[in-house]
Design a protein around this ligand. Structure first.
Ligand SMILES: NC(=O)c1ccc[n+]([C@@H]2O[C@H](COP(=O)([O-])OP(=O)(O)OC[C@H]3O[C@@H](n4cnc5c(N)ncnc54)[C@H](OP(=O)(O)O)[C@@H]3O)[C@@H](O)[C@H]2O)c1
Length: 485
């Protein structure tokens, strides 16, 4: 039997990377290595079958370890979530990665960037182009397959979530002119097929491949998706809506934060369509499904609770967003609620009930108050409650849950949620499921006087919502236990 190729996947905890990892594992023809910033974010089912190197592309030692013995390396990384200088960070990251791969004798780098040309590129797209140029800078020393995709359509993808949320929430929409600009979306499964096939193709030292499933405007995508969802929607383009105004509009009705929406809107100001025919030439066996089919597939995954990854899984920042925040011991302000139950009876069900909070199930009796808090967060530039949850019942480390992120999860024992809402300080909500009681603690590290003022101002609300939340979890656990019997 031929030896299995060693493949390195970076960005393996992100939207595309998680799915690629799953796809290659299912194939069973490769030995996989992952470079991740927080190894606990890799699910046990995956972690057991791969080699994991913990570190970032700014850590040359980790990069060296990751690249060693590798045949093909996927580069699925960006720094777009960094507050500033993301272009410089992206350049440094790509440069480090290419050098490490060359030093380790890697045969090929496969990179997925964005569709579009430099002249009319948004800052985000420009950075994606620069990244590709840096990776491909030494063609005589390493091969590069540079795939370029526009909007990726799949369950949990940013573009799909925008379209789905707008269609669900707004029957009529006043829209800016750019909704008529042509772009070329592609379904996530087809993106994975191109990535996978890139490992084996015969190609020149550097190959640029534009991938897409046909030209469509945002307006046409909205109409086709609405049709797929069984809805009738009306878009009325007007010339007066500026990109900034449309971004504000989008963040109100979709789960995405301003930074991401702004980048997506900026990208839609000019055409982003396929510029070369290399997809047909080098991958004739891949026939991308239409936008409509990709939407239908994404809807099926949502309905059948099979979402593998979402746009909010990673931070895209200079550091993993939860790695250093799984211990709230330094919190100076706390709200502790204890609810007892029969000894040894219900610990597992209490944990399960805590894990089912949020998303469509809401946050207990005072859900309206949580919603109001969500709206305040949205209006101040946060996520609000719109992110919902990935799966109905399960959580994994790094999952977004409304305006929280799962910062720690110990089966049957502990769930720790890190607040990602706009706050004058850092906050966590912890559920410690003990054999005979639930200890629920809201932890807060205030930032200055404002932080303390905030905490004391919300004490009356906390006493309502947190007390009720702990009680609800324990009473829900009764139902879960009854269902099991
Ligand atoms: N998603 C789309 O709609 C789309 C469309 C077109 C092209 N693309 C391209 O596809 C690629 C992957 O995008 P994505 O949507 O999957 O991104 P994503 O969900 O934001 O994931 C980014 C991944 O990169 C990791 N990461 C970030 N900086 C890192 C660093 N310095 N060192 C090591 N890991 C780092 C993150 O780790 P943590 O989990 O630790 O944060 C995460 O795993 C990008 O090049 C993007 O331009 C994406």
């Amino acid at each position: 039997m031929p030896e299995k190729k060693n493949i390195l996947i970076t960005g393996a905890t992100g939207y595309v990377g998680r799915r690629l990892c799953q796809r290659l594992l299912d194939r069973g023809c490769y030995d996989l290595k992952l470079l991740v910033r927080n190894k606990r974010k890799v699910q046990t089912a995956v972690a057991d079958k791969v080699e994991i190197v913990e570190g970032s592309t700014f850590d040359n030692e980790a990069l060296g370890k990751a690249a060693s013995g590798v045949d093909t390396a996927f580069y699925l990384i960006h720094s777009m979530g960094a507050k500033k200088d993301f272009r410089d960070l992206d350049k440094e990251s790509a440069d480090n990665f290419r050098n490490a791969c060359i030093a380790a004798g890697v045969r090929r780098i496969i990179y997925l960037g964005g569709l579009g040309v430099k002249d009319s590129a948004s800052t985000h797209l420009l950075s994606r182009i620069e990244t590709g140029e840096i990776l491909a800078h030494e063609p005589d020393r390493i091969e590069v397959t540079w795939l370029r995709a526009g909007a990726i359509i799949g369950s949990g993808s940013a573009s799909f979530e925008i379209i789905r949320n707008l269609n669900q929430k707004l029957p009529v929409m006043i829209t800016p002119k750019w909704v008529r600009t042509k772009t070329e979306p592609i379904g996530i499964d087809d993106v994975l097929s191109y990535l996978e096939a890139s490992v084996e193709i015969n190609q020149p030292q550097v190959l640029l491949v534009d991938i897409g499933a046909g030209k469509l405007s945002f307006e046409e995508m909205m109409a086709q998706a609405a049709d797929e969802m069984g809805l009738k929607r009306y878009l009325i383009p007007v010339p007066v809506l500026s990109p900034r105004l449309s971004s504000y509009w989008l963040i109100l009705f979709t789960p995405l934060p301003y930074s991401l929406v702004e980048a997506l809107v900026a990208g839609l100001k000019s055409e982003t369509v396929v510029q070369n025919a290399n997809a047909f030439k080098y991958f004739p066996e891949i026939k991308p499904v239409s936008f409509r089919e990709a939407v239908s597939q994404a809807n099926i995954e949502l309905q059948t609770n099979q979402v593998i990854s979402r746009w909010c899984d990673s931070s895209g920042d200079t550091a993993c967003d939860i790695k250093d925040f799984n211990d709230p011991a330094g919190a100076v302000l706390r709200d502790v609620r204890i609810v007892a139950y029969e000894h040894g009876e219900r610990q597992q069900e209490v944990f399960q009930a805590a894990c089912e909070l949020g998303g469509p199930r809401g946050w207990s009796r005072y859900h309206l108050l949580w919603r109001i808090r969500g709206w305040i967060d949205k209006l101040s530039g946060g996520y609000g409650l719109n992110r919902g949850r990935r799966l109905h019942r399960e959580l994994r480390l790094g999952d977004a849950l409304d305006f929280w992120k799962v910062a720690d999860i110990r089966e049957g024992k502990r769930l720790l949620l890190l607040a990602q809402m706009r706050l004058p300080g850092r906050a966590w909500l912890e559920f410690d499921c003990q054999p005979d009681q639930l200890v629920q603690t809201a932890h807060f590290i205030p930032r200055g006087v404002l932080g303390r003022l905030y905490w004391y101002a919300v004490v009356p609300l906390h006493s309502l919502v947190f007390k009720d939340l702990a009680k609800t979890i324990v009473s829900e656990s009764k139902k879960l236990r009854a269902q099991k019997k």
